[in-house]
Design a binder for this molecule. Structure first.
Ligand SMILES: Nc1ncnc2c1ncn2[C@@H]1O[C@H](COP(=O)(O)OP(=O)(O)O)[C@@H](O)[C@H]1O
Ligand SMILES: [Mg+2]
Length: 307
């Protein structure tokens, strides 16, 4: 099986997840290259704290989206959490302050910094930031190379916690207001507005019409257990995984060591098949004799994934 059927997808966002080191960056970069070569304006975003797009494209990629030299239609961006945070403060800071100023008398920065530490808000920033890029309409396709598995789940789950957090805020506010006899302020409306925004964002990313989630794994015990957990958790968030990329598959065992490893891998691939083949496409990517760096080798991976 191959990723060829993705050619016809209308989904704007392709999210790649899985544990560290299994090939998320490699497969997402090859996929982004594929869409770009098909003439679609494509942005690849890495939100890993240890991003490696610069390595794989062999050019400096930073927190501002820029074209990848040598690949028409391909743009890349490595997210810098500090910058996402300051963008959020610019966008929402005045509102946050206005809301809080009704309750407490504190300097602007203190209020905004404090609110920015609320649970789930970092994830909310990130989703909002990526959604902005989806909505600005400059890209036909956005490929998102996510942080290792646990973080991706936090990302999808925490905005819910953020919403919960906001849900109690009006109650606290009402109590404080009654206690101090404060006049009604736009505080409640602001909170309601955020809640709506946050819900909208989470809804976008959990809508299968917008997002395809591709899970990357390796045919080893840890890989199999991890994918089981990730798939289950994603499904709980309403995201169905329809593609499972099994990376590092040994094709030819031409020495006893590799023959043995190949046997071991076959057993795990069989397990994955039995568990997922009814609802996912399993795509095997062979273990290559070199690191995947540069457009030429990425092109190799692209051919292997899409042919
Ligand atoms: N099929 C493969 N064959 C050989 N090396 C690979 C393969 N897939 C990935 N690699 C290499 O493995 C390392 C980790 O891959 P990477 O895509 O960075 O993983 P992740 O983003 O999941 O942490 C990189 O050095 C990459 O070049
Ligand atoms: Mg990576």
């Amino acid at each position: 099986m191959s990723l060829k059927e993705l050619d016809h997808t209308t989904k704007r966002v392709l999210m790649f997840g899985g544990k560290g080191g299994v090939g998320k960056t490699t497969t997402s970069a090859a996929t982004a290259l594929h869409f770009a070569r098909a003439g679609q304006r494509t942005l690849i975003i890495s939100s890993d704290l240890a991003p490696s797009l610069s390595d794989i494209f062999e050019t400096e990629i930073g927190p501002v989206e820029r074209p990848v030299p040598g690949a028409d239609n391909l743009f890349a961006l490595e997210i810098d959490p500090d910058q996402v945070m300051s963008r959020w403060k610019e966008k929402f800071g005045p509102e946050v302050y206005q809301a809080a100023a009704a309750l407490v008398d504190l300097p602007y920065d203190e209020v905004v910094d404090y609110v920015a530490l609320a649970p789930g808000i970092q994830e909310e920033f990130l989703l909002d930031y990526i959604l902005e890029r989806v909505r600005d309409g400059r890209y036909e396709r956005i490929v998102w190379d996510t942080a290792p598995a646990g973080d991706t789940l936090r990302l999808l789950g925490l905005p819910q916690r953020f919403i919960e957090h906001l849900r109690v805020a009006p109650r606290v506010y009402l109590e404080v207001r009654d206690a101090f006899g404060l006049a009604r302020t736009p505080f409640l409306e602001i909170i309601e507005g955020w809640k709506a925004l946050s819900e909208q964002t989470v809804r976008f990313f959990s809508d299968p019409a917008n997002v395809e989630f591709l899970l990357v794994t390796i045919p080893e015990a840890l890989g199999v257990y991890q994918s089981r957990r990730v798939a289950r958790d994603l499904e709980r968030h309403g995201l169905a995984v329809r593609y499972l990329i099994v990376n590092d598959v040994i094709l030819d065992g031409d020495c006893p060591f590799h023959r043995q490893r190949k046997e071991m891998q076959r057993a795990y691939i069989e397990m994955l098949r039995q568990e997922y083949a009814d609802r996912m496409s399993l795509i095997e990517l062979p273990l290559l004799p070199y690191d995947v760096k540069g457009l030429e080798r990425l092109g190799e991976v692209e051919r292997l994934l899409f042919s």
